[in-house]
Design a binder for this molecule. Structure first.
Ligand code: ZN
Length: 269
């Protein structure tokens, strides 16, 4: 995505405020003995073909997504030599357009999500939620696997096991009512134990650093979009604490290009 705002969004001090910034939509593809698991889907094929209708003009104008089939998860899965049916399950941080838009491309997958988030996306109770959740992404009838609140604890946080012990839904609400981080156990021999897809719990890598900071336009955007901004800030603080006290966790944001490059280098090494 290429929103306007330059350094006010990217944090790059050399960028003009009239330039565009770059934000990624980070998905994880996990290869296991029983098929593939996709964590978040990004935008889907129908979204890139008909963006105004599928995503809404507000999202298209604000986020300015690069619309190409090659960017979609399904085309990237195929480019790796898999079939879309090899994706047996999709686990979602939340159901905003830029995270769940690709769901229709994987109609046979089990779709794991925190129940609270599913219910919010179906109810679309507020104007904010009517904008962010698009019925066209769910009208094909996903095979929902809904996870109720209350479960084991994971590193001291409330959690819900999604698929066995290797994929854990960790509610980090605020951005949306049921927003969650998704922790995936790292392969044996990795330098870390868990990859933690933090979705939109924070947007900029430095937000969970020892000296938390976020570019001002990005900070305003997050506060405006949050259904509960206080809860969002509390949960971002919890993620910062986790990062500080547990170097065996690799946390990353859905949209931070710096996090994306760091994770890409680490996982392709
Ligand atoms: Zn997002």
């Amino acid at each position: 995505m290429c929103p306007f705002g330059g350094r006010l969004v990217s944090g790059d001090p050399s960028a003009s405020i009239f330039s565009t910034a770059k934000m990624v939509a980070h998905a994880l593809l996990v290869e296991g003995a029983d098929g593939l698991t996709l964590v978040d889907t990004g935008l889907g094929l129908d979204d890139v073909r008909d963006p105004a209708r599928r995503l809404g003009r507000g999202f298209v104008l604000a986020a300015r997504p690069q619309l190409g089939e090659a960017h979609t998860a399904v085309r990237q899965v195929e480019a790796l030599g898999f079939d879309r049916r090899d994706v047996r399950r999709v686990v979602l941080t939340h159901l905003d357009v830029d995270h769940a838009g690709g769901l229709p491309d994987f109609p046979e997958a089990d779709v794991h999500v925190y129940q609270v988030e599913h219910d919010a996306a179906m109810a679309r109770a507020t104007r904010n939620e009517r904008e962010r959740y698009r019925p066209c992404h769910f009208s094909h009838g996903p095979r929902w696997s809904l996870h109720a609140p209350g479960g084991d604890r994971w590193y001291g946080l409330e959690s819900v096991r999604a698929v066995g012990d290797d994929v854990v839904i960790v509610p980090t609400v605020g951005h949306t009512r049921g927003h969650s981080a998704i922790a995936v156990r790292a392969p044996a021999g990795s330098s870390v134990e868990w990859l933690v897809h933090c979705g939109d719990a924070y947007f900029f890598h430095a937000e969970i650093s020892d000296e938390p900071w976020c570019p001002p336009a990005l900070a305003l955007f997050q506060s405006t979009l949050a259904v509960d901004d206080r809860a969002r800030r509390v949960n971002a603080g919890r993620l910062a604490d986790l990062r500080r006290s547990h170097p065996e966790l690799a946390l990353f944001s859905a949209h931070c290009p710096r996090d994306y490059e760091r994770m890409r280098a680490a996982t392709s090494a």
